[in-house]
Ligand binder design. Sequence first.
Ligand code: MG
Length: 383
Amino acid sequence: MKIDCIRTYHLRCELKAPFGFSQWYYGQRNVLVVEVVSDGVSGWGECYGPADVIQGCVEKFYASRIVGMNPVATDAIWQHMWRSSLDFARAGVMMAAMSGIDMALWDLKGKLLGQSVSELMGGRQRDKVSCYATGMYYLDLPEDKLLPALIEEGLTYAQQGFEAMKIKVGKNLEFDEKFARALRDALPNTELMADSNHAFDLPEAVRIGRVLDELNYRWFEEPLSPEHSHMFRQLSDKLDLAIATGECEQTRFGYQKLIAAGGVQILQPDMAYCGGPSEALKIRALASANGLNCVAHVWGTQLNLAAATHFLASAYPEPGRYEEKRLLLEYDRTENPLRDDIYEQVIDVKQGQASVPTAPGLGVSIDSEAMKHYLVSKTENKA
Ligand code: MG
C-alpha cells in the first residue's frame, strides 16, 4: 500500500447571522479539508485555522514528502513530517496542516483495515458518548435583549435533551455574571460550563470563577491567556471548579509544559490542530500519567466531530470507577453549513447522546457534489 495522491479543498460559506464571542464576530466559516488516497480509497481529515494558509502548508510542503509512503504507518508518517519541518514548524499553522493529514490517514487506515477509528485507538469502551451543546454566542443585540435570547437558546438545548451545555463569557464582567446566574436559574439541574476564550486577566478570572463556583458550573474554560500558563495555578488555588484549557496548545511537548505549569484539570486538544489523532493519543497518555483528563475541543465539521467521538469512545476517565465520570463531547450548535450540508453520513446525535460510528474509518462521509458548492480552491499532489 502507498499514498497515491493528496488533495486539499478550501471550503467557505457566508453565515446568515454573524455571531460573536469574547474576541471577535464570525461572518463566515472556512475549513481546509484534506483527502489522502491509496488504491482508490479516500481518507478525509480537516485542519483548524486559516484554511488558505494551511492549504499552502499541505500542498507546498508536506504532501510531496509523504506521497508514496505506506498510509497505514501513521506514526512513521507523523515522525517524518515532524522531522522534515522541526526547525520552523514545531507549532502553529504547519502543525494544523499535519493534523488534518494525520486525521485523513486515520480515516484511511480504518477503511483499509476494516476497523473504526475507536477500534484503532485501542477499542470502543462505550457505544454512545454524552455531548454538551456549545452555543449561546453573542448576537448583535443590546444587552437587555441579548440576555433573554441567550437564555431562550439554552432552554432549547435542554428541550432537545442536552444535559450539559457551555456558555461564552468574556463580554464584560457585569454581563458575564448576569448571564451565568440567569442560565443557572433557568436550568437548575443542567451541567453548565463557561468559556472566556482567554479574555481575562487574573483578578477578573478570579471574580468570574467565584461566581461560577457559587453556581456549581462544572468547568471554567480558557479563563486566561495561553501565553500566561503560570497563572493557572494561582487561579486554581482560589477556585473549586475545574480549569479547562488547551485548544490553542499543540503536541505532547506543548502539553507537557502546560501540565508542568499546573492548575489545569481538563486538557482540550483539538484533533484538527494539536497534531492530529496520533498526537492526541500521546497527549492523553501524558494527561493520564499526571492524573488529568482529556476532553477534545471540537470546532469545525463532521470530520473533527467524528475524530473526537472516537477519541472519547476509547477514553479512560482518570481515575476510573464503576459509575463512570462522563467525559463530554463538544457539540457545536452554531450555524455551520460546512458541518451540516456537505455530508452524506454524519455523527448521529439524539437526546444529547452521540452514537459512535462502527463503520471503518471515521464513519462520516463527504458528499463531493455538495462540497463543490462551497469550494474556494483545490490542490492535488500525485505520486
Ligand atoms: Mg473553548
